[in-house]
Design a protein around this ligand. Structure first.
Ligand code: FAD
Length: 404
């Protein structure tokens, strides 16, 4: 039986391990942290959203982003310290505006395929992760934003996604807990939500009973290649460094994939785009009634929400281009709490849990599923703002690439 190492036990690494295990490989997952799924795949927005497949490489979005850079509580922040990686990433991001249309359609298709693949995993592994088939409701405060939404909708439709256009009053029929009036919206019934951490860690538990080995708290420090095998040099917490040999390796290391690519002679242009979330505890019956059941995406504020089970309401957003930094900055959490207070004034704003994570973002915003230059090296990484939505299908794609 051929052996494969996977670096990273986030959603991409664990779904890849699942597929390779099903294909009959002997799989070992290396994870630097003590537990699976505690980095970016931890407290994200929760949306499984083909409807959010629009890539950000659009002139309108870029002009809007430029105006945000100087506003204190805007959804985008940038650290202006010059750094070669940041400059090359932003330059490529701007160049990718020419592929906006193509990449939006491609992302929609992957997201739709990923839903089917996720359903197969759920049916087979029987895991619970507070999944809700509630649909996702995009809401617009201004006519300008709503007009752009119609153009985006045409691209999503080309990718195969059906959505319903709503007037301001129809929005309230779909989600009566909204108190503000909106210009209009789009509802995607086939989108859903769920807890990425529960899914990934529960799936990791299931596949470890099926023979996948997890080497947790184990930092991969080097990868050496030869024609027939790869050597993974790693150090488990508190132990000596060791080397293990495999037939191949798949890099699913989130924002660290850039560093591994450099070591292996591959240019993997992944930049960490930081985002924040808050989890609002719905600890009493009033809060549980007043929190929305449908998942929301406020396009102007760039905020997404998910109801996770009966007693949690997750709100996420912001993009911060500030390097490999996981500090939770109060000024970035505030717009999320203010958004909740403004839209759902009856929800509690105490005891909220703030969190920050780094989106592993490629300039074209499309995940990388590819072979490396050196033999037996594969990548399934760079899922950016949509890793939860896309991971189940890209795992399948990398499985096919390896098997063929
Ligand atoms: C605020 C926010 C909201 C989001 N909302 C959504 C959403 O609503 N819907 C959606 O689809 N997506 C969303 N995303 C994106 C999604 O969460 C990510 O795309 C996804 O979690 C990335 O998964 P990953 O496996 O690539 O990375 P990770 O989960 O970070 O996994 C990579 C793993 O590699 C490990 N690793 C790194 N280096 C080493 C090493 N040297 N040795 C061993 N292990 C190593 C890390 O410890 C880590 O566990 C959001 C992201 C953020 C930040």
């Amino acid at each position: 039986m051929k052996s494969i190492a996977i670096i990273g036990a986030g959603v991409t690494g664990v779904t890849t391990a699942y597929i390779l295990n099903q294909l009959g490989y002997k799989v070992t997952v290396f994870e630097k942290q003590r537990y699976a799924s505690v980095m970016t795949s931890y407290a994200n927005g929760g949306q499984l959203s083909a409807s959010n497949a629009e890539v950000w490489n659009h002139f309108g979005t870029i002009f809007k982003a430029a105006s945000w850079l100087f506003k204190k509580e805007a959804p985008l922040k940038m650290n202006y310290w010059p750094d070669g990686h940041k400059i090359s990433w932003i330059s490529e991001f701007l160049l990718q505006t020419r592929n906006y249309r193509k990449n939006t359609i491609a992302t929609t298709r992957i997201a739709i395929e990923s839903r089917k693949q996720m359903q197969k995993i759920i049916d087979d592994a029987g895991i619970d992760f507070d999944k809700s088939d509630c649909g996702i409701l995009h809401i617009y405060n201004s006519q300008r934003e709503f007009d752009h939404a119609h153009r985006v909708n045409a691209l999503l439709a080309e990718g195969g996604l059906e959505r319903r256009r709503l007037s301001g009053s129809e929005i309230l029929e779909i989600e009566p807990s909204l108190t503000k009036k909106f210009v209009g919206g789009y509802y995607t019934k086939t989108d859903s939500t769920g807890d990425i951490h529960k899914f990934t860690s529960n799936l990791a538990d299931v596949i470890s009973t099926r023979g996948v080995e997890f080497k947790l708290w184990t930092d991969v420090t080097d990868i050496k290649t030869s024609t027939h095998e790869v050597e993974i040099v790693s150090q488990t917490h508190g132990l000596e460094e060791r080397a293990d040999r495999f037939n191949a390796v798949v890099i699913c290391a989130g924002v660290a994939s850039h560093k591994f690519g450099r070591k292996l002679g591959d240019r993997i242009n992944i930049y960490p785009v930081k985002g924040y979330s808050i989890t609002v505890p719905l600890s009493d019956s009033i809060a549980q009634q007043k929190a929305p059941m449908v998942s929301l995406l406020d396009d102007e504020a760039k905020i997404v929400t998910s109801r996770l089970g009966r007693d949690r309401f997750r709100v996420a957003g912001t993009a911060e281009i500030a390097g490999y930094n996981l500090d939770i900055v109060d000024a970035r959490i505030k717009p999320l709490t203010l958004w909740v207070e403004c839209n759902f004034p009856e929800l509690p704003s105490k005891d909220i849990k703030p969190w920050a994570g780094l989106r592993p973002m490629r300039p074209n915003m499309i995940p990388l599923v590819a072979k490396g230059r050196k033999p037996n090296i594969f990548y399934n990484t760079g899922h950016g703002h949509l890793g939860w939505t896309l991971a189940c299908y890209t795992a399948n794609m990398v499985g096919e690439l390896i098997a063929n």
